[in-house]
Design a protein around this ligand. Structure first.
Ligand code: SAH
Ligand code: SF4
Length: 392
Protein backbone atom coordinates (compact mmCIF):
# COMPACT_ATOMS: atom_id res chain seq x y z
CA UNK A 1 0.00 0.00 0.00
CA UNK A 2 1.23 3.46 -0.79
CA UNK A 3 2.16 5.33 2.36
CA UNK A 4 2.15 8.63 0.53
CA UNK A 5 -1.61 8.41 0.09
CA UNK A 6 -2.60 7.98 3.68
CA UNK A 7 -4.50 11.14 4.35
CA UNK A 8 -8.25 11.08 4.37
CA UNK A 9 -9.84 14.46 4.16
CA UNK A 10 -13.47 15.38 4.22
CA UNK A 11 -14.39 18.45 2.28
CA UNK A 12 -18.08 18.99 2.84
CA UNK A 13 -18.05 22.66 1.99
CA UNK A 14 -19.50 22.35 -1.49
CA UNK A 15 -22.10 19.74 -0.72
CA UNK A 16 -25.69 20.94 -1.00
CA UNK A 17 -27.79 20.51 2.12
CA UNK A 18 -30.29 17.75 1.47
CA UNK A 19 -32.93 16.19 3.69
CA UNK A 20 -31.57 13.25 5.65
CA UNK A 21 -32.80 9.91 4.33
CA UNK A 22 -32.05 7.00 6.60
CA UNK A 23 -30.40 4.14 4.68
CA UNK A 24 -32.40 0.92 4.58
CA UNK A 25 -31.39 -1.58 7.24
CA UNK A 26 -29.10 -4.34 5.98
CA UNK A 27 -30.32 -7.76 7.11
CA UNK A 28 -27.09 -9.57 6.13
CA UNK A 29 -25.27 -9.23 9.45
CA UNK A 30 -28.05 -9.36 12.05
CA UNK A 31 -28.21 -12.08 14.68
CA UNK A 32 -31.29 -14.30 14.56
CA UNK A 33 -32.88 -12.42 17.45
CA UNK A 34 -32.22 -9.04 15.80
CA UNK A 35 -33.55 -10.28 12.49
CA UNK A 36 -36.81 -11.46 14.06
CA UNK A 37 -37.14 -8.21 16.00
CA UNK A 38 -36.64 -5.83 13.03
CA UNK A 39 -39.19 -7.67 10.92
CA UNK A 40 -41.81 -6.94 13.57
CA UNK A 41 -40.64 -3.44 14.55
CA UNK A 42 -40.86 -2.15 11.01
CA UNK A 43 -44.30 -3.68 10.53
CA UNK A 44 -43.00 -5.65 7.51
CA UNK A 45 -44.06 -8.97 9.00
CA UNK A 46 -46.82 -9.68 11.57
CA UNK A 47 -45.47 -10.87 14.94
CA UNK A 48 -46.92 -14.39 14.63
CA UNK A 49 -45.08 -14.93 11.32
CA UNK A 50 -41.78 -13.31 12.28
CA UNK A 51 -39.92 -16.42 13.43
CA UNK A 52 -40.84 -18.37 10.34
CA UNK A 53 -39.86 -15.48 8.04
CA UNK A 54 -36.62 -14.94 9.94
CA UNK A 55 -35.74 -18.62 9.46
CA UNK A 56 -36.42 -18.40 5.72
CA UNK A 57 -34.38 -15.24 5.37
CA UNK A 58 -31.58 -16.68 7.49
CA UNK A 59 -31.21 -19.65 5.18
CA UNK A 60 -31.17 -17.51 2.07
CA UNK A 61 -28.64 -15.08 3.52
CA UNK A 62 -26.31 -17.41 5.40
CA UNK A 63 -26.68 -20.75 3.64
CA UNK A 64 -27.26 -19.67 0.04
CA UNK A 65 -25.37 -16.39 0.35
CA UNK A 66 -27.82 -14.32 -1.69
CA UNK A 67 -27.34 -10.56 -1.75
CA UNK A 68 -30.87 -9.44 -2.63
CA UNK A 69 -34.48 -10.57 -2.27
CA UNK A 70 -35.07 -11.63 -5.90
CA UNK A 71 -33.73 -15.15 -5.56
CA UNK A 72 -35.71 -15.98 -2.42
CA UNK A 73 -38.13 -18.11 -4.38
CA UNK A 74 -40.05 -19.64 -1.49
CA UNK A 75 -41.14 -16.17 -0.37
CA UNK A 76 -44.07 -14.68 -2.27
CA UNK A 77 -43.41 -11.83 -4.69
CA UNK A 78 -45.61 -9.57 -2.63
CA UNK A 79 -43.69 -10.30 0.53
CA UNK A 80 -40.38 -9.77 -1.25
CA UNK A 81 -41.58 -6.37 -2.41
CA UNK A 82 -42.55 -5.45 1.14
CA UNK A 83 -39.19 -6.61 2.43
CA UNK A 84 -37.37 -4.59 -0.21
CA UNK A 85 -39.27 -1.47 0.86
CA UNK A 86 -37.85 -1.78 4.37
CA UNK A 87 -34.54 -3.58 4.05
CA UNK A 88 -31.58 -4.53 1.90
CA UNK A 89 -29.35 -7.59 1.83
CA UNK A 90 -26.08 -6.08 0.75
CA UNK A 91 -22.30 -6.37 0.76
CA UNK A 92 -19.82 -3.63 1.55
CA UNK A 93 -18.00 -1.99 -1.34
CA UNK A 94 -14.81 -3.75 -2.40
CA UNK A 95 -12.34 -0.90 -2.85
CA UNK A 96 -9.45 -3.12 -3.83
CA UNK A 97 -8.84 -6.82 -4.42
CA UNK A 98 -5.32 -8.20 -4.67
CA UNK A 99 -4.06 -11.71 -5.26
CA UNK A 100 -0.56 -12.72 -4.18
CA UNK A 101 1.80 -14.93 -6.13
CA UNK A 102 1.17 -17.58 -3.43
CA UNK A 103 -2.61 -17.49 -3.83
CA UNK A 104 -3.32 -15.30 -0.79
CA UNK A 105 -6.18 -12.87 -1.50
CA UNK A 106 -6.68 -9.54 0.16
CA UNK A 107 -9.71 -7.28 0.03
CA UNK A 108 -9.95 -3.70 1.18
CA UNK A 109 -13.58 -3.13 2.14
CA UNK A 110 -15.42 0.15 2.61
CA UNK A 111 -18.22 -0.19 5.12
CA UNK A 112 -19.13 3.47 5.20
CA UNK A 113 -17.42 6.65 4.08
CA UNK A 114 -13.99 6.71 5.76
CA UNK A 115 -14.49 3.29 7.37
CA UNK A 116 -12.23 0.80 5.62
CA UNK A 117 -10.59 -2.43 6.73
CA UNK A 118 -8.70 -5.32 5.21
CA UNK A 119 -9.49 -9.04 5.12
CA UNK A 120 -7.10 -11.75 3.94
CA UNK A 121 -7.76 -15.29 2.71
CA UNK A 122 -4.80 -17.66 3.04
CA UNK A 123 -5.07 -21.02 1.26
CA UNK A 124 -3.56 -24.18 2.79
CA UNK A 125 -3.76 -22.94 6.36
CA UNK A 126 -5.85 -24.68 9.02
CA UNK A 127 -7.93 -27.50 7.58
CA UNK A 128 -8.13 -25.98 4.10
CA UNK A 129 -7.85 -22.21 4.14
CA UNK A 130 -8.10 -19.48 6.74
CA UNK A 131 -9.73 -16.10 6.60
CA UNK A 132 -7.99 -13.45 8.64
CA UNK A 133 -10.63 -10.92 9.69
CA UNK A 134 -10.38 -7.43 11.14
CA UNK A 135 -12.28 -6.46 14.28
CA UNK A 136 -11.51 -2.74 14.35
CA UNK A 137 -10.49 -0.02 11.90
CA UNK A 138 -7.05 0.81 13.26
CA UNK A 139 -6.03 -0.10 16.80
CA UNK A 140 -5.67 1.77 20.10
CA UNK A 141 -2.62 -0.27 21.04
CA UNK A 142 0.77 0.56 19.64
CA UNK A 143 2.80 -2.61 19.41
CA UNK A 144 6.07 -1.36 17.97
CA UNK A 145 6.43 -4.08 15.29
CA UNK A 146 2.88 -3.80 13.92
CA UNK A 147 1.78 -1.71 10.96
CA UNK A 148 -1.85 -1.52 12.14
CA UNK A 149 -0.54 -0.08 15.40
CA UNK A 150 0.65 3.01 13.54
CA UNK A 151 -2.95 3.79 12.56
CA UNK A 152 -5.13 5.42 15.22
CA UNK A 153 -8.35 3.67 16.10
CA UNK A 154 -11.12 4.90 13.87
CA UNK A 155 -13.86 2.75 15.33
CA UNK A 156 -14.96 -0.77 16.24
CA UNK A 157 -16.45 -2.82 13.44
CA UNK A 158 -20.02 -3.95 13.99
CA UNK A 159 -20.95 -7.64 14.03
CA UNK A 160 -22.48 -7.13 10.59
CA UNK A 161 -19.23 -5.69 9.27
CA UNK A 162 -17.24 -8.61 10.64
CA UNK A 163 -19.66 -11.13 9.11
CA UNK A 164 -19.54 -9.20 5.82
CA UNK A 165 -15.83 -10.00 5.55
CA UNK A 166 -16.68 -13.71 5.55
CA UNK A 167 -19.47 -13.17 3.02
CA UNK A 168 -17.25 -11.22 0.62
CA UNK A 169 -14.54 -13.91 0.80
CA UNK A 170 -17.12 -16.61 0.18
CA UNK A 171 -18.53 -14.71 -2.82
CA UNK A 172 -15.03 -14.50 -4.27
CA UNK A 173 -14.25 -18.16 -3.55
CA UNK A 174 -17.65 -19.10 -5.03
CA UNK A 175 -18.43 -21.02 -1.90
CA UNK A 176 -22.23 -20.82 -1.74
CA UNK A 177 -24.41 -22.59 -0.79
CA UNK A 178 -22.51 -23.25 2.35
CA UNK A 179 -20.77 -26.61 1.86
CA UNK A 180 -20.86 -29.05 4.75
CA UNK A 181 -17.54 -30.62 3.81
CA UNK A 182 -14.65 -29.79 1.54
CA UNK A 183 -14.66 -26.09 2.22
CA UNK A 184 -12.03 -23.74 0.94
CA UNK A 185 -12.71 -21.33 3.77
CA UNK A 186 -12.45 -23.71 6.72
CA UNK A 187 -11.05 -21.53 9.50
CA UNK A 188 -11.42 -17.98 10.74
CA UNK A 189 -8.72 -16.16 12.66
CA UNK A 190 -9.25 -12.78 14.29
CA UNK A 191 -5.74 -11.69 13.41
CA UNK A 192 -6.47 -8.80 11.08
CA UNK A 193 -6.66 -5.18 12.11
CA UNK A 194 -7.53 -4.31 15.69
CA UNK A 195 -7.75 -5.82 19.13
CA UNK A 196 -10.78 -8.17 19.19
CA UNK A 197 -11.11 -8.12 22.98
CA UNK A 198 -11.75 -4.39 22.90
CA UNK A 199 -14.76 -5.19 20.74
CA UNK A 200 -15.99 -8.38 22.36
CA UNK A 201 -19.74 -7.79 22.00
CA UNK A 202 -19.49 -7.52 18.22
CA UNK A 203 -16.90 -10.29 17.92
CA UNK A 204 -19.10 -12.65 19.96
CA UNK A 205 -22.23 -11.81 17.92
CA UNK A 206 -20.29 -12.33 14.66
CA UNK A 207 -19.07 -15.73 15.90
CA UNK A 208 -22.66 -16.68 16.79
CA UNK A 209 -23.74 -15.82 13.25
CA UNK A 210 -20.99 -17.61 11.32
CA UNK A 211 -21.16 -20.72 13.50
CA UNK A 212 -24.95 -21.10 13.24
CA UNK A 213 -25.76 -24.57 11.90
CA UNK A 214 -28.35 -23.37 9.42
CA UNK A 215 -25.95 -20.90 7.89
CA UNK A 216 -22.22 -20.75 7.37
CA UNK A 217 -21.90 -23.41 10.09
CA UNK A 218 -18.22 -23.02 10.89
CA UNK A 219 -17.22 -24.98 13.95
CA UNK A 220 -16.29 -22.77 16.90
CA UNK A 221 -13.16 -24.89 17.23
CA UNK A 222 -12.05 -23.59 13.86
CA UNK A 223 -12.40 -19.99 14.98
CA UNK A 224 -9.38 -18.46 16.72
CA UNK A 225 -9.32 -15.13 18.49
CA UNK A 226 -5.91 -13.53 18.89
CA UNK A 227 -5.30 -10.97 21.62
CA UNK A 228 -2.37 -8.92 22.74
CA UNK A 229 -3.45 -9.76 26.30
CA UNK A 230 -6.58 -7.96 27.52
CA UNK A 231 -6.66 -10.13 30.64
CA UNK A 232 -10.10 -9.23 32.10
CA UNK A 233 -11.80 -10.21 28.83
CA UNK A 234 -10.26 -13.68 28.52
CA UNK A 235 -12.83 -15.60 30.56
CA UNK A 236 -15.78 -13.69 29.01
CA UNK A 237 -14.33 -14.53 25.58
CA UNK A 238 -14.20 -18.25 26.39
CA UNK A 239 -17.63 -18.31 28.02
CA UNK A 240 -19.35 -16.39 25.26
CA UNK A 241 -17.68 -17.81 22.16
CA UNK A 242 -15.93 -21.13 22.93
CA UNK A 243 -13.37 -19.93 20.40
CA UNK A 244 -9.77 -21.06 20.36
CA UNK A 245 -7.41 -18.65 22.06
CA UNK A 246 -4.20 -17.19 20.65
CA UNK A 247 -1.97 -14.89 22.67
CA UNK A 248 0.48 -12.47 21.11
CA UNK A 249 3.32 -13.00 23.54
CA UNK A 250 6.53 -11.91 21.76
CA UNK A 251 8.65 -11.57 24.91
CA UNK A 252 9.34 -13.58 28.05
CA UNK A 253 10.12 -10.78 30.48
CA UNK A 254 8.19 -7.66 31.43
CA UNK A 255 10.93 -5.18 30.50
CA UNK A 256 11.00 -6.28 26.86
CA UNK A 257 7.26 -6.94 26.58
CA UNK A 258 6.52 -3.47 27.99
CA UNK A 259 8.45 -2.13 25.04
CA UNK A 260 7.08 -4.39 22.28
CA UNK A 261 3.48 -4.71 23.49
CA UNK A 262 2.81 -1.61 25.61
CA UNK A 263 -0.42 -3.14 26.96
CA UNK A 264 1.91 -5.27 29.09
CA UNK A 265 2.35 -2.30 31.43
CA UNK A 266 -1.31 -2.63 32.31
CA UNK A 267 -1.47 -6.45 32.38
CA UNK A 268 2.03 -7.78 33.08
CA UNK A 269 3.15 -11.32 32.35
CA UNK A 270 2.22 -12.94 35.67
CA UNK A 271 -1.34 -11.55 35.31
CA UNK A 272 -1.50 -12.67 31.70
CA UNK A 273 -0.27 -16.20 32.39
CA UNK A 274 -2.77 -16.60 35.26
CA UNK A 275 -5.56 -15.38 32.97
CA UNK A 276 -4.59 -17.89 30.29
CA UNK A 277 -4.46 -20.77 32.75
CA UNK A 278 -8.07 -19.95 33.69
CA UNK A 279 -9.30 -19.84 30.05
CA UNK A 280 -12.43 -22.03 29.82
CA UNK A 281 -12.04 -25.36 28.03
CA UNK A 282 -8.25 -25.52 27.64
CA UNK A 283 -7.12 -29.10 27.13
CA UNK A 284 -4.70 -31.09 25.02
CA UNK A 285 -7.31 -31.08 22.28
CA UNK A 286 -7.90 -27.34 22.69
CA UNK A 287 -4.51 -25.78 23.16
CA UNK A 288 -3.72 -22.14 23.52
CA UNK A 289 -1.51 -20.79 20.74
CA UNK A 290 1.28 -18.42 21.63
CA UNK A 291 2.36 -16.14 18.83
CA UNK A 292 5.96 -15.03 18.92
CA UNK A 293 7.27 -12.65 16.28
CA UNK A 294 10.95 -13.23 15.53
CA UNK A 295 12.83 -9.94 15.75
CA UNK A 296 16.52 -10.03 14.94
CA UNK A 297 18.68 -9.44 18.01
CA UNK A 298 15.68 -8.42 20.12
CA UNK A 299 13.85 -11.54 21.34
CA UNK A 300 15.38 -14.45 19.40
CA UNK A 301 18.23 -15.87 21.54
CA UNK A 302 18.40 -19.48 22.79
CA UNK A 303 18.18 -18.12 26.37
CA UNK A 304 14.83 -16.54 25.46
CA UNK A 305 13.60 -19.81 23.97
CA UNK A 306 14.43 -21.52 27.28
CA UNK A 307 12.69 -18.73 29.21
CA UNK A 308 9.64 -19.25 27.00
CA UNK A 309 9.56 -22.97 27.83
CA UNK A 310 9.66 -22.10 31.51
CA UNK A 311 6.93 -19.49 31.21
CA UNK A 312 4.39 -21.79 29.54
CA UNK A 313 5.28 -24.91 31.51
CA UNK A 314 2.26 -27.10 32.29
CA UNK A 315 -0.04 -25.36 29.80
CA UNK A 316 -1.57 -27.25 26.86
CA UNK A 317 0.06 -24.98 24.32
CA UNK A 318 1.75 -24.62 20.99
CA UNK A 319 3.92 -21.78 19.80
CA UNK A 320 3.64 -20.14 16.39
CA UNK A 321 6.93 -18.53 15.46
CA UNK A 322 6.18 -15.67 13.10
CA UNK A 323 9.04 -14.34 10.99
CA UNK A 324 8.77 -10.57 11.30
CA UNK A 325 7.07 -9.05 8.28
CA UNK A 326 8.54 -5.68 7.41
CA UNK A 327 6.41 -2.70 6.41
CA UNK A 328 7.40 0.76 5.16
CA UNK A 329 9.44 2.43 7.90
CA UNK A 330 9.37 -0.53 10.31
CA UNK A 331 12.10 -0.36 12.98
CA UNK A 332 13.01 -4.08 13.09
CA UNK A 333 14.51 -6.82 10.99
CA UNK A 334 13.45 -10.43 10.76
CA UNK A 335 15.65 -12.97 12.56
CA UNK A 336 17.91 -15.12 10.40
CA UNK A 337 16.44 -18.46 9.36
CA UNK A 338 19.03 -20.44 11.31
CA UNK A 339 18.26 -18.47 14.48
CA UNK A 340 14.54 -19.20 14.08
CA UNK A 341 15.26 -22.91 13.60
CA UNK A 342 17.46 -23.05 16.70
CA UNK A 343 14.70 -21.31 18.68
CA UNK A 344 12.10 -23.76 17.37
CA UNK A 345 14.30 -26.76 18.18
CA UNK A 346 14.53 -25.73 21.86
CA UNK A 347 10.75 -25.53 22.08
CA UNK A 348 10.32 -28.83 20.26
CA UNK A 349 12.74 -30.62 22.57
CA UNK A 350 10.64 -29.39 25.51
CA UNK A 351 7.56 -30.98 23.92
CA UNK A 352 5.89 -27.96 22.36
CA UNK A 353 4.84 -27.97 18.73
CA UNK A 354 6.38 -24.81 17.33
CA UNK A 355 5.64 -24.37 13.65
CA UNK A 356 7.40 -21.52 11.89
CA UNK A 357 4.69 -19.59 10.10
CA UNK A 358 5.57 -19.24 6.45
CA UNK A 359 5.06 -15.62 5.51
CA UNK A 360 2.12 -15.43 3.11
CA UNK A 361 1.07 -12.66 0.80
CA UNK A 362 4.07 -10.44 1.63
CA UNK A 363 4.09 -9.10 -1.93
CA UNK A 364 0.65 -7.54 -1.41
CA UNK A 365 1.30 -6.48 2.23
CA UNK A 366 -1.19 -9.09 3.39
CA UNK A 367 1.04 -10.89 5.91
CA UNK A 368 0.64 -10.69 9.70
CA UNK A 369 0.99 -7.18 10.99
CA UNK A 370 1.17 -5.54 7.57
CA UNK A 371 -2.47 -4.54 7.36
CA UNK A 372 -3.38 -0.92 7.44
CA UNK A 373 -6.14 1.04 5.77
CA UNK A 374 -6.09 4.65 4.79
CA UNK A 375 -9.00 5.45 7.07
CA UNK A 376 -7.99 8.17 9.45
CA UNK A 377 -9.76 9.32 12.53
CA UNK A 378 -12.17 12.04 11.55
CA UNK A 379 -14.53 13.79 13.91
CA UNK A 380 -17.62 11.64 14.38
CA UNK A 381 -19.82 14.62 13.54
CA UNK A 382 -18.09 15.05 10.17
CA UNK A 383 -18.48 11.35 9.44
CA UNK A 384 -22.18 11.40 10.36
CA UNK A 385 -22.69 14.36 8.10
CA UNK A 386 -20.99 12.56 5.23
CA UNK A 387 -22.98 9.36 5.82
CA UNK A 388 -26.20 11.33 5.68
CA UNK A 389 -25.12 13.09 2.50
CA UNK A 390 -24.30 9.84 0.74
CA UNK A 391 -27.33 7.91 1.97
CA UNK A 392 -29.64 9.18 -0.74
N1 SAH B 1 -4.55 -7.37 17.95
C1 SAH B 1 -4.51 -8.78 17.99
C2 SAH B 1 -4.82 -9.45 16.68
C3 SAH B 1 -4.23 -8.84 15.43
S1 SAH B 1 -2.49 -8.97 15.17
C4 SAH B 1 -3.19 -9.25 18.52
O1 SAH B 1 -2.28 -8.43 18.65
O2 SAH B 1 -3.09 -10.43 18.84
C5 SAH B 1 -2.23 -10.62 14.60
C6 SAH B 1 -0.82 -11.17 14.88
O3 SAH B 1 0.17 -10.59 14.02
C7 SAH B 1 -0.36 -10.86 16.30
O4 SAH B 1 0.24 -11.97 16.88
C8 SAH B 1 0.64 -9.77 16.06
O5 SAH B 1 1.51 -9.68 17.13
C9 SAH B 1 1.30 -10.23 14.78
N2 SAH B 1 2.06 -9.19 14.11
C10 SAH B 1 1.84 -7.86 14.16
N3 SAH B 1 2.75 -7.21 13.39
C11 SAH B 1 3.55 -8.15 12.83
C12 SAH B 1 4.64 -8.10 11.91
N4 SAH B 1 5.06 -6.95 11.41
N5 SAH B 1 5.23 -9.26 11.54
C13 SAH B 1 4.76 -10.43 12.02
N6 SAH B 1 3.72 -10.55 12.87
C14 SAH B 1 3.12 -9.42 13.29
FE1 SF4 C 1 -3.07 -3.75 17.72
FE2 SF4 C 1 -2.53 -6.39 17.59
FE3 SF4 C 1 -1.16 -4.62 16.08
FE4 SF4 C 1 -0.76 -4.70 18.71
S1 SF4 C 1 -0.32 -6.35 17.24
S2 SF4 C 1 -1.02 -2.84 17.48
S3 SF4 C 1 -2.84 -5.16 19.46
S4 SF4 C 1 -3.35 -5.07 15.94
Amino acid sequence: MDDAAQTFTLDLSHRPASPAVAPLRNLAGLTRAELTAVLVETGAVPADKARMRASQLWRWIHHFGVAGFDRMTDISKEMRTTLAEHFVVARPEIVERQVSRDGTRKWLLRFAPGIEAETVYIPDVGRAGALCVSSQVGCTLNCTFCHTGTQALVRNLTAAEIVAQVQVARDDLEEWPSPREERRLSNIVFMGMGEPLYNLDNVAAAIDIVSDNEGIALSRRRITVSTSGVVPELIPLGDRTQAMLAISLHATNDALRDELVPLNKKYPLDHLMAGIRAYPGLSNARRVTFEYVMLKGINDSPAEARALVKLIQGLPAKVNLIPFNPWPGSPYQCSDWGTIETFAAILNRAGYASPIRTPRGRDILAACGQLKSESEKVRASARRALETETAD
